[in-house]
Design a protein around this ligand. Structure first.
Ligand code: ARG
Length: 464
């Protein structure tokens, strides 16, 4: 079947095989680039006019035509219900249909290779900003969740074994930090996305005197690509973007995992609201953390996209190869998945209730203050290694008595070290255990309060 709408019919005498055409066509997904491609085309049109390639009248006709297409697509839902090779062919076809032969002049001095790279970057630029905004909103929810439960304490874990108590706010701020780094990464990626490849043409550069820097300014790009071969075949920006998203998703997945564990009957630290839970079709008593499990699960597909992009690029000779058309769906799906996951995570945070009693109890059971006792001995002049060993023995003894350290008699502790005095019980209290972690980054309430204030300030500054 001949595809009458393709842009390259001249040297062909036969039409493309129908199945191949379907395989080759990207319009069903790259139509998303419609708006971006039109914007870039308008800027290219201006570039052609200033280069003396188009007359003012021609360039005005083309630009007006392009704007008309934008408007039509806006109010006509069925506008895209058409078979086209890709979004670029679609737009050119519509333009020529609308304004006639002048429309055929638009593609002067460019190739779909620099065109697609330009539209893709323009499109992605907006979405990075959007994802960054959603990340910031999630950070805000973390701060709100922390403030709603200020004073709450939970056991901190390593190896999923109780270690030392930490403030709930400290936990919230740990994820806040991760998300701050994610936003930094997205900002950096944004800067590398924001470079104009248009003017690289097919691969060797354009033959027309188009002022590329002026076109870049016109489109809000910070600069132009420096090498045309690289300009058309670079997809680092897409890989980096998805890469930044893999880390972001990994963070959300860890957050989800923490909350899934905390929501179990075994832990019982939090309760998930009905709005974010599901039931079982069989067992009437069940309340499942599906929202959290999907947050955790969705990370996998973004990791997959990252791997797909790297694999797709690794064997490509310079410059453009059609393999690169595969970049779109990976990036589109990443944007969709990450945006939705961020929004759902925010909703989850708004729908959990803390069982602070249970958390506090867990933070005081299981010898979470053993290090405190060792530190107490150190303060009394015992070398840390010896103190560590002594406390180990005291813990063993306490386990045999089924008591916590602070439930032992003074004499019982003194059997292991005569350095211990009555002030040991204060040292072993939850309050003291927390308060002693009073260096930058520690979980002492004073420090955490400071960190919270800094986090709020940073978020505030960036919101304004
Ligand atoms: N749809 C193509 C893509 O996304 C546009 C570029 C086509 N270029 C070409 N030389 N066939 O990569």
């Amino acid at each position: 079947m001949t595809n009458s709408k393709n842009l390259w019919g001249g040297r062909f005498t036969e039409g493309a095989d129908e199945t191949f055409a379907e395989f080759n066509n990207s319009f069903r997904f790259d139509r998303r680039l419609f708006g971006a491609d039109i914007r870039a085309s308008i800027a290219h049109c201006d570039g052609l006019f200033h280069a003396g390639v188009l007359t003012r009248l021609e360039s005005e006709r083309i630009k007006n035509g392009l704007v008309t297409l934008l408007k039509r697509a806006d109010f006509d839902k069925a506008y895209f219900d058409e078979n086209a090779e890709d979004v670029h062919s679609f737009i050119e076809g519509k333009l020529v249909h609308l304004i006639g032969d002048t429309g055929r002049k638009l593609h002067t001095g460019r190739s779909r290779n620099d065109q697609v790279a330009t539209a893709f970057r323009l499109w992605l630029r907006e979405d990075i900003t959007e994802i960054s905004k959603l990340t910031r909103l999630l950070q805000k929810s973390l701060l709100e969740l922390s403030e709603k439960n200020s004073g709450a304490v939970l056991p901190g874990y390593t190896h999923l074994q109780r270690d030392q108590p930490v403030l709930w706010t400290h936990w919230c701020l740990a994820y806040f930090e991760m998300l701050s780094r994610d936003r930094e990464r997205l900002d950096e990626v944004w800067r590398r996305v924001n470079v104009l490849p248009l003017g690289s043409a097919a691969l060797a550069g354009t033959s027309y005197e188009i002022d590329r820097e002026a076109v870049a300014r016109d489109l809000g790009f910070d600069g132009v690509t420096a090498n045309s071969l690289d300009g058309v075949s670079d997809r680092d920006f897409a890989i980096e973007f998805v890469g930044a998203c893999t880390i972001l998703m990994m963070h959300l997945s860890r957050l989800a995992e923490d909350l899934i564990i905390y929501a179990t009957n075994e832990f019982g630290f939090i309760e998930l609201g009905d709005a974010i839970s599901t039931g079982s079709s069989l067992m009437p008593q069940k309340k499942n953390p599906d929202a959290l499990e999907l947050i955790r699960g969705k990370s996998a597909r973004v990791f997959g996209h990252h791997s797909a992009l790297l694999t797709m690029m690794k064997g490509l000779p310079l410059a453009y190869n059609k393999d690169m058309q595969e970049d779109k769906e990976a990036v589109f799906d990443t944007v969709e998945t990450v945006s939705l996951t961020l929004r759902v995570t925010e909703i989850v945070l708004q729908n959990i209730r803390l069982n602070s009693e249970k958390m506090r109890l867990a933070a005081t059971k299981g010898y979470l203050n053993a290090t405190e006792l060792a530190d107490y001995l150190v303060e009394k002049g015992v070398p840390f290694r010896i103190a560590h060993d002594t406390v180990g023995k005291i813990v063993l003894f306490a386990i045999s008595k089924n008591k916590e350290l602070n439930e032992l008699q003074l004499d019982e502790i003194r059997d292991f070290s005569d350095k211990v005095e009555n002030d040991v019980f204060e040292a072993l209290s939850l309050e003291k255990t927390l308060a002693s972690k009073n260096q930058i980054g520690g979980t002492a309430p004073e420090r955490v309060f400071e960190a919270l204030e800094t986090a709020k300030r940073d978020l505030e500054i960036e919101t304004n």
